[in-house]
Design a protein around this ligand. Structure first.
Ligand code: G4P
Length: 542
């Protein structure tokens, strides 16, 4: 859908200029790396297109064609995903707008709860939360928001579909504040809603942006007096009262609180009608942070350090049927990546040459000659890189915080051909390292369990085992329904616990201990009995 990526290749002079430290600083500070979080159908795809449109990264002949095409492309992707067993494609879209370079990390569009989406959120510095004005906060938005909160990711809110029947705007804000415990600061305010949606009032400037009836280009701005006349002519005097309430009663925007993730600026609009996007994008450019400091095991890494550091947040297999390769997506945390540079793969201690780093843009890829902190680059690899791995220019440090989520579904794998057990073990190990499935090997030697965060993952695993390893498998239930990572401050306590619970303990792919439990009730029982042991449903690299 998204057409050609902008070329990221720089001219020779620009490249030399960027080698100066102040130029490095400048390149990094204009990066804005973000994702969109929302519940399916709230308008993420539409908003993505419109953001790219503003960034000049795509040109659409007209809305109708664009929508038709989008529908086709999406369903094509779904069938490809199904046929090839690709879980979901998370790509990166880069566009420039107002002097900033925006990296929009796309997250899967299907409804399944996905670990990939969550890990993608470890690679962004801000998020746009899209809410359907008629529906308010929905389930998936809340879950994704909780992940953002864990990392204090600043959130900009876009209330979409104002051109349709909506809920009362105050009610929507109230719901955000109550269900997410997040303060709101309206930056614009809707003038009417549904068929009466006339535009938005800008709280900072007092100007009104009117939605143009005949075209989607809507730059008509009017002042206060004109607004009063307009409202009177439409019998919409209640809006004037609303505006007064907003000016007096709502939180003012506070940059510090936003950056700490405790307050969200709120914009209103209609992605479909192209309305409110510019204000949103301007807000993102103005307020959202440049690449943030990243916590590593030995120290905090600052984005504008000269030396390059990065971590792997996602691995994607079979991106392209013609290249049966795996791509490891890295997020640059500091410095500058240059094509051909040698880096240290910290987990193995080995050196790697970055010969073909790639920028991805929707479904296209380009060789990346250079990239800066904040950027996301794909590295072709054959299994060396794992999720959570760190790359540096030599320093021995590991970024922390790339999460694994406790599975919501546990199964045993039933192998059609029992002679292939060894091959299955190898395949599961590889796919677990890639993050497709979690594998738990009981310490008492009984057969391994596989864990999934969403039901779609079962199909993906089954497809990939068949297509890539020639293994036909089915799944069967297990007595265990829950898995929790076990940890304790006191090593002795932990050993005691493991010895006493040997039959319900397993190891994950990294060899970390996991408690298997038959029910929430049973888990609580163990918790009460062992108050000094932690049973975590999220494990982060450390
Ligand atoms: P998603 O990626 O979050 O799942 O949502 P998507 O953008 O696909 O939008 C879901 C539906 O909502 C689409 O309609 C889309 O056209 C519509 N939509 C998005 N933004 C707005 C808006 O601002 N106003 C109105 N009225 N509708 C909006 P659909 O008919 O389900 O899809 P399609 O057939 O148009 O592709």
């Amino acid at each position: 859908t998204c057409g050609k990526a902008q070329t990221m290749t720089m001219t020779e002079t620009a490249r030399q200029a960027a080698d100066r430290p102040d130029a490095l600083d400048q390149e990094i500070s204009r990066r804005r790396t973000f994702a969109i979080i929302s519940h399916p159908d709230a308008g993420k795809t539409t908003l993505t297109e419109k953001l790219l449109l503003f960034g000049g990264a795509i040109q659409l002949a007209g809305q109708v064609r664009a929508r038709g095409e989008r529908r086709r492309t999406r369903s094509d992707w779904m069938s490809i995903e199904r046929d090839r067993g690709i879980s979901v494609v998370t790509s990166v879209m880069t566009f420039e707008y107002g002097g900033n370079v925006f990296n929009l990390l796309d997250t899967p569009g299907h409804e399944d709860f996905s670990e990939d989406t969550y890990r993608t959120l470890t690679a962004v510095d801000a998020a746009i939360m899209v809410i359907d004005a008629a529906k308010g906060i929905e389930d998936r938005t809340r879950k994704l928001f909780e992940v953002c909160r864990l990392r204090d990711i600043p959130i900009v809110t876009f209330i979409n579909k104002m051109d349709r029947e909506t809920r009362d705007p105050f009610e929507v804000l109230d719901e955000i504040e109550k269900t997410l415990a997040l303060d709101t600061a309206p930056m614009t305010w809707p003038i009417g809603g549904g068929r009466d949606f006339l535009g938005t009032y800008d709280i900072e400037t007092g100007k009104v942006r009117l939605m143009n009836e005949t075209s989607d280009d809507h730059n008509d701005m009017i002042g206060d007096n004109a607004l009063t006349d307009l409202l009177a002519s439409r019998n919409m005097d209640h809006v004037a009262e609303e505006l007064e309430l907003v000016r007096d009663g709502c939180n003012p925007f506070d940059l510090g609180a936003f950056r700490e993730g405790t307050l969200t600026p709120v914009y209103w609009g209609s992605a479909l009608r192209n309305f409110g996007i510019k204000d949103l994008l301007d807000g993102l450019a103005r307020f959202s942070p440049p690449p943030r400091d990243q916590a590593a095991d030995k120290r905090t890494v600052h984005a504008n350090e000269a030396k390059m550091t990065a971590f792997v947040f996602k691995i994607q297999a079979n991106m392209d049927p013609n290249h049966r390769d795996r791509i490891a997506f890295i997020r640059l945390c500091s410095g500058k990546l240059t094509r051909g540079m040698k880096v240290r793969h910290v987990r193995s201690g080995k050196q790697m040459g970055l010969h073909t780093p790639q920028f991805f843009f929707a479904q296209e890829r380009h060789i990346a000659d250079e990239a800066y902190a904040g950027d996301v680059v794909g590295l072709p690899n054959h299994g060396t890189l794992r999720i959570g791995d760190t790359l540096t220019e030599g320093e021995d440090l590991t970024f922390v915080g790339v999460p694994n989520f406790a599975p919501e579904i546990l199964r045993r794998v039933r192998l059609e051909d029992a002679m292939k057990a060894k091959k299955l073990k190898q395949a599961l190990q590889e796919l677990a390292e890639e993050g497709v499935v979690q594998v738990f090997r009981p310490v008492d030697g009984s057969p391994a369990l596989v864990g999934f965060v969403g039901a779609l993952q079962l199909d993906v695993l089954q497809n990939r085992l068949a297509a890539e390893y020639g293994l036909t498998v089915g799944f069967e239930g297990s007595q265990y329904t829950l898995a929790r990572w076990i940890a304790a401050e006191d090593g002795k306590q932990l050993d005691e616990f493991l010895a006493a619970n040997r039959s319900a303990t397993a190891e994950d792919v990294d060899g970390d201990p996991v408690l298997l439990s038959t029910s929430g009730y049973a888990l609580n029982y163990v918790r009460d009995k062992w108050p000094k042991i932690r049973f975590a449903d999220i494990k982060e690299t450390q």
